[in-house]
Design a binder for this molecule. Structure first.
Ligand code: MN
Length: 261
């Protein structure tokens, strides 16, 4: 089986098996294409299956102290979301330190340590009490941010996209199936740069829980299997430069490390 057939075969299998219905704009049959566009996958711990990524949603300002450091009042703001392209994923294997390229156009490149929920089911208008039924598994990831570009665009009331949704902006660890890891409502989340603690909080400080995030997100978008959600970062985001090593931790998950090159 060549590369093209492998990717197309996988896409067909998951579309048929998991969605069970047509997705507008997605070809349901094998079609002839002038070139290959690979599907993005995340490895699954303890399995030979790969998790196919459909969309990457990110929640903004989900820890009160981080909302304050970004200049907003967390008590009055409903959650808001943005997306990254799926090929922004940089998979980082456990126990390795992946080289992460310092991106172009920025002079203020920031880390944001985040819990990531991966969905195995979809739907619209999901009630909070049913929302965790959509979760397939969890991992941890970095919502890397060109902060200077994000702020400049915000100041001009233009889309943030160039600050958030660029190549390699979503380093991520292997996925842990829900059955083996359980849900995350509390537990330490921290991030170190060159061994020095920069971010240090607890998942219980999230303003909107994973269940609430899914519920709110499903009011705005129909969710599907393969969607993943970066659940926001605690306070004390900050810059890295070439040569720095980032290590992040969430209790019960193996640490994730990248070196900025
Ligand atoms: Mn973030």
């Amino acid at each position: 089986m060549d590369r093209r057939n492998f990717f197309q075969g996988s896409a067909l299998m998951s579309t048929g098996a998991l969605l069970g219905c047509a997705t507008p704009g997605i070809a349901q049959q094998k079609v002839k294409t002038p070139f290959d566009v690979p599907q993005v996958y995340i490895p699954v711990v303890g399995s030979d299956e790969m998790f196919p990524v459909r969309r990457i949603y990110c929640i903004g300002r989900n820890y009160a102290a981080h909302a304050r450091e970004m200049g907003s009042d967390p008590t009055r703001e409903p959650p808001f979301f943005f997306q990254k392209p799926t090929d922004a994923i940089q998979y980082v294997a456990t126990g390795t330190v992946a080289n992460h390229p310092y991106p172009p156009l920025t002079k203020n490149y920031h880390y944001e340590a985040e819990l990531v929920a991966a969905l195995g089911k979809g739907g619209r208008n999901i009630p909070v009490e049913k929302a965790l039924e959509l979760v397939w598994g969890y991992t941890l990831g970095l919502d890397m941010t060109r902060r200077d570009l994000q702020r400049a665009m915000g100041d001009e009331k233009k889309p943030w996209e160039i600050g958030k949704s660029f190549d390699m902006s979503a380093p991520i660890g292997a996925l842990h199936k829900l059955a083996s890891i359980g849900h995350f409502t509390q537990g330490s989340i921290w991030l170190k740069v060159n061994g020095q603690v920069k971010q240090n909080s607890d998942l219980k400080n999230m303003i909107w829980s994973v269940a609430e995030q899914i519920s709110k997100l499903s009011e705005a978008f129909e969710l599907f299997p393969g969607d993943i959600i970066y659940s926001g970062t605690p306070e004390n985001v900050g810059p890295v430069v070439r040569g720095d090593t980032i290590e992040m931790h969430i209790d019960r998950l193996p640490n994730l490390s990248v070196k900025i090159v």
